[in-house]
Design a protein around this ligand. Structure first.
Ligand SMILES: [Mg+2]
Length: 354
């Protein structure tokens, strides 16, 4: 996508907030008929979908905590800031409709990087039919921060919470561990290539191995399971659903807690990404523990009553090749365990922010 005006060498401090806002506003496509007042006024005004409830979520990405500009391009970061919110809406069975973007920009950030952030965010928005309806820009005294709010839509009977029932089977979409393996690969290789002070897409380290490149891509540009979340809600195949932002072990623990159940996961069933399995297993590492604690995969974890397996077969047919793997079950017994080599052990704990 092209950007208005030449931004070569221009920094955020030179451009000023109003010019930056205008720069973004001119690039945002108009919303659909339900958008009464779009970007550029004091606030946006939108009509909710008829008969639907609103799903609201917000999530910030902070430089140094959630991303590192040595590993991710500005477009990657823009994509991810929207993707993590879409993932939350999808996990409720909803469809994302509107987005708000609050940008906190370091003064020395090149304006062309702001353009690239918007490229990543708007490309995903366009693909998923999400309209950017407003936001805010301020100067950051430190890190680059992107705070995105997404408003989605869900029919009342299609809402998926985290609360399942004992006896429900647990499934996960795609595979786990890929994003952590990708992040570890980037850390190891960027240290070798030493801090290039002006990171650009061409200078970022990327694996030549296609399977590891998938892991790096999963970390940098997670693809939210937007369509599948909506299908799980619409078909009412799942009793509970959540997205995996902080890892599978964290997800299973949170879902068990919300369900007032325990859970049993079978290590042999886990869909660990093959390149991640090899990566974690180097030097005798525990690939299973790493894969279940690794965050950032943004897959969906969902619970299905054994009585609804028929409906789930319908979901498989509609899923257009997205793998869904049964990994265990919610249990009446309140403990959360991992079956491995015929022995039950506690599930390794997930990543905790604070
Ligand atoms: Mg979530």
């Amino acid at each position: 996508m092209s950007s208005p005006g030449s931004a070569t060498g221009l920094r955020v401090a030179d451009a000023g907030e109003r010019a930056l806002i205008e720069r973004i506003r001119t690039r945002v496509p108009p919303g659909g008929s339900s958008l009464v007042v779009g970007i550029g006024d004091d606030a946006a005004v939108a009509m909710p979908d008829r008969g639907a409830l609103q799903v609201l979520t917000t999530d910030a990405l902070i430089e140094g905590i959630h991303f590192d500009r040595r590993f991710s391009t500005p477009a990657d970061i823009g994509h991810k800031a929207l993707a993590v919110n879409v993932s939350d809406v999808a996990s409720m069975g909803g469809a994302s409709r509107l987005a708000l973007l609050s940008l906190m920009l370091p003064a020395e950030l090149p304006v062309c990087d702001v353009d690239d952030l918007l490229d990543g965010l708007l490309d995903l928005a366009q693909r998923l039919r999400i309209t950017l309806v407003g936001g805010n820009i301020t100067r950051s005294p430190g890190p680059l921060v992107l705070d995105v709010t997404v408003i989605g839509s869900v029919r009342p009977r299609r809402i998926l919470t985290r609360a399942g029932r004992p006896g429900d089977d647990l499934y996960v979409t795609g595979c786990v561990g890929a994003a952590l393996a990708g992040l570890e690969w980037l850390r190891e290789h960027s240290e070798k290539s030493v801090a290039s002070s002006a990171p650009h897409a061409a200078s970022l380290p990327r694996p030549t191995d296609a399977s590891m490149a998938e892991c790096v891509d999963r970390y940098c540009r997670p693809e939210p399971r937007a369509r599948l979340g909506a299908i799980l809600g619409r078909t009412r195949a799942a009793t509970a659903c959540m997205d995996l932002s902080d890892g599978l072990a964290d997800g299973v623990t949170q879902m068990s807690s919300a369900s007032q159940t325990g859970a049993r996961i079978d290590a042999a069933l886990l869909p660990i990404h093959p390149a991640a399995h090899t990566w974690f297993g180097r030097q005798g590492g525990d690939a299973v523990a790493a894969a279940v604690t690794g965050g950032d995969d943004y897959e969906l974890l969902f619970a299905v009553s054994p009585k609804r397996r028929g409906r789930l077969r319908g979901v498989f047919r509609e899923a257009r090749g997205v793998p869904m793997t049964r990994i265990g079950a919610l249990t009446a017994d309140r403990s959360v365990g991992l079956m491995r080599d015929g022995r039950l052990e506690p599930l390794p704990t997930g990543f905790v922010h604070f």
